[in-house]
Ligand binder design. Sequence first.
Ligand SMILES: Cc1cc2nc3c(=O)[nH]c(=O)nc-3n(C[C@H](O)[C@H](O)[C@H](O)COP(=O)(O)OP(=O)(O)OC[C@H]3O[C@@H](n4cnc5c(N)ncnc54)[C@H](O)[C@@H]3O)c2cc1C
Length: 363
Amino acid sequence: MIQSLLVIGAGIGGLAVALAAAKRGWKVTVVEQNDRALGASIQNFGLVFPLATTGAEYEIAQKSLSVWDETLTGAGIAFHRGSVIPVCSDEGMAVLQAFYDGHKSEREVSLMGGDAARERLPMLSSAVQMALLSESERVIDARTALPQLTNWLQDRWNVSFQFNTSVQDLESLKTQYDADRVVCATGAGLKQLLPELAHELELSVCSLQVSRLQLSPELIPKRAVATETSLTRYASFTNLPETFSLRESIQQQRPGLLEYGINPLASSCASGEMIVGDSHKYGSSPEIFSESYIDELYMSELSRVLNFAGSLVKERWMGCYAYSPVRSYIAESVGDNNWVFAVLNGLGMTLSFGLADDMVAGW
Ligand SMILES: Cc1cc2nc3c(=O)[nH]c(=O)nc-3n(C[C@H](O)[C@H](O)[C@H](O)COP(=O)(O)OP(=O)(O)OC[C@H]3O[C@@H](n4cnc5c(N)ncnc54)[C@H](O)[C@@H]3O)c2cc1C
């Protein structure tokens, strides 16, 4: 007998669960409180970033990547491939060298000196001394990709969507929708629907400042760009002993970067624009107001490694994702055929497809 599934939330988490279940023959309905997804999944850099992950998360990211590749082709979503981390300091070079030596056999990475990197990517600045190139990333423009993904799920996988439908409690849902199972994929909205679980997870939100630049086509790197600060944030680098000296040198020379949790990233959209950011501020509610000095700090750090002279800031926004200091994701039953699905470490675009596939495969 065909089983029916109700998914709450049309962000990347809800869409990933819907895809995994529809592929296995479930009849899937997604309900979303807004007239389209408006949460973290369209506010982000659109970066599928296995390079940032390690251990079990790397395995999940690898699985996600193969689902993304099928999905990008199926849904006709434009994307760029790969990432680069250019560095200008001896400490940054030591981290890249250690990472490369430890991973060159199992990851698709290459390490090059400044001149070779500029030959490959002429928009890199003359200050860049070394760059790590990775081919495992995919870069999409989430704002246009999410609606394309939604349409594809409707047309190709017969997933039904009900927008403008806010769920107030899980109890009445199964009868109302005649669903065998419910998955709550509401991102930061988890706090309203499952307050006890949110308390257990010490759930808060992380607010990030981001901008969209318009720039000449020859200045677009056509891959994601991360910076030295990323090496002090992402799990794949932070476990290297060399990262300690890098963090110390950033603390001494550009303390604002660490104080405001700034992680300068640039993500080129196939549309010819570039999303740049970001900062990290944790709290129980999203931050509303963006601060111009934070935008200046990440722009200044990016301009150390990238030439984007003459670019125009087209938009600025505050993004916000659900964050837990105790779990980086949750994909499990909360009883009575209700399940919860959420990536809680700011890597939902990278992990959701693989994690959802594992969860649904276990049903
Ligand atoms: C600025 C920024 C940059 C980021 N960059 C990256 C990146 O480059 N790579 C990466 O991997 N990750 C990135 N992330 C993290 C990633 O965006 C999130 O992890 C991911 O989008 C979370 O997806 P979600 O579906 O769980 O949540 P959301 O996208 O927030 O979706 C939840 C949905 O549920 C709906 N909802 C909530 N409550 C209810 C209710 N009661 N009834 C009905 N609907 C409800 C909401 O309206 C929303 O549409 C970034 C996040 C931000 C904010």
